[in-house]
Ligand binder design. Structure first.
Ligand code: ZN
Ligand code: ZN
Length: 176
């Protein structure tokens, strides 16, 4: 979504847009966008600097790293960006460098800003560090690969790899 800088009033501009999921090109086998993206935000202008704050709502399909099943992951996160005009000389404002600690700086060319790169980055930042379908995901059986969330398989060593069991197992191997 583009906004013409000239059309942002001195008072804040509140907006709500729904962006097509295809526009973000988040289409990986282990992480894909499955809902259009709702952005509710506010743009405020200070000279040529434009501040964006708002909320993003959408939904991803992720792959659980334990059981390898895909699951839906709702995204409901904050959006914050600070847009500054790209300097034609290529030098950046020193004062911006100093204030860049917590808010992402985006550069804009010409007289309009595009909020989608910020939205894209924020969606990916919303991903959990460890992707699991649930805290109680049982994972796959180490022997037969059965998804233990769907039921037991009856294997002797049924269950996800447990380091303590691994020690027992290697002992048993030696005794054979
Ligand atoms: Zn899982
Ligand atoms: Zn099994």
């Amino acid at each position: 979504m583009f906004f013409a800088v000239d059309e942002i009033p001195d008072a804040d501009l509140n907006f709500t847009v729904t962006e097509k999921k295809e526009d973000f090109e988040i289409e990986h086998p282990d992480c894909s966008l499955i809902q259009d993206v709702e952005v509710a935000g506010t743009l405020s202008k200070s000279g040529k600097d434009i501040y964006l704050s708002g909320k993003i709502k959408t939904e991803l399909r992720l792959l659980c790293s334990r059981c390898l099943e895909s699951f839906q992951f709702p995204v409901d996160c904050e959006l914050k960006s600070h847009f500054v005009p790209r300097e034609e000389t290529g030098t950046e404002h020193p004062e911006i460098e100093l204030s860049a600690s917590d808010i992402e700086i985006e550069y804009y060319d010409g007289d309009r800003i595009d909020i989608n790169p910020s939205v894209h980055d924020q969606i990916l930042l919303a991903l959990p560090f460890v992707v699991v379908c649930g805290d109680n995901c049982k994972g796959l059986c180490v022997e037969c690969g059965n998804n233990l969330n769907k039921g037991r398989c009856g294997c002797a060593n049924e269950g996800p790899v447990d380091p303590r069991l691994e020690v027992l197992r290697s002992l048993k191997e030696k005794l054979k």
